[in-house]
Design a protein around this ligand. Structure first.
Ligand code: ATP
Length: 216
């Protein structure tokens, strides 16, 4: 059976860098689906800008025409911090015989040692890392070590095993970030072509990134 891809994020807002990366990974790794999991209360973020409902609405709008992308709102519905290890534990229970691939950009991967029970993630899923402009793969430290112990160059292994491998994907690198998008919006500029048109419309209609309306 094909693996399931899990792509978490604050998606504040979702943008074409997220979507293109998820799409390329879905195709290249022959994933059954990519589940997008907007974070409710991410432990590493001091501040979110759009509300959880608004971020979820934008994610839903962004992927509505791509049936292989599934929106999973469990982290938004959960109270308390959104720990990935809890989400993966739940998903592992729901899909005991499926390979699960946690999809991360290189910047997120480099921050992994700060995540709650990060070493347990590899017991629950594979980790697939997408290169991101300006970030380089670790060669030393705890992440360099897990790359040596768990790294694989073959997609076949991601299909044959349920969890435990790290695979690095060098696809199209789009230098788009939610932080830069918010700055662009606050400056009164138009995010056209950096976000799907449906997301752009929601941002303009709701003014969810207008300074006075930012959610804490
Ligand atoms: P922010 O600028 O607010 O930190 P972000 O653009 O990094 O936001 P997140 O929602 O924090 O977006 O990221 C969710 C996931 O998507 C992370 O694993 C991140 O590394 C990845 N990601 C974000 N932008 C890109 C991009 N342009 N290319 C590849 N991966 C990306």
């Amino acid at each position: 059976m094909q693996p399931i891809g899990l792509f978490g994020g604050t998606f504040d807002p979702i943008h074409c860098g997220h979507l293109r990366t998820a799409f390329e990974l879905w195709q290249e790794l022959r994933l059954a689906e990519v589940r997008l999991l907007p974070a409710g209360h991410p432990p590493h973020r001091d501040q979110l800008y759009a509300s959880a409902e608004m971020r979820l609405r934008m994610v839903r709008a962004a992927v509505a025409d791509q049936p292989s992308f599934v929106v999973d709102d469990r982290e938004v519905r959960r109270t308390g911090p959104s720990y990935s290890v809890d989400t993966l534990t739940e998903l592992r229970r729901e899909f005991p015989d499926r390979s699960l691939c946690l999809l991360l950009g290189m910047d997120a991967f480099l921050g992994l040692p700060q995540w709650h029970r990060w070493r347990d993630l590899l017991k629950l899923a594979h980790i697939v890392v997408a290169h991101r402009p300006g970030w380089r793969a670790p060669t030393s430290g705890p992440l360099g070590e897990v790359m040596v112990d768990h790294g694989t160059g073959t997609i076949r292994e991601l299909h044959q095993r349920l969890a435990g491998c790290i695979y690095v994907h060098a696809g199209t690198q789009l230098e788009i970030s939610s932080t830069e998008l918010r700055a662009l919006l606050v400056a009164g500029r138009d995010p056209r072509y950096l976000v799907p048109e449906e997301v752009r419309q929601i941002i303009f209609e709701t003014r969810c990134y207008a300074p006075a309306q930012q959610a804490r």
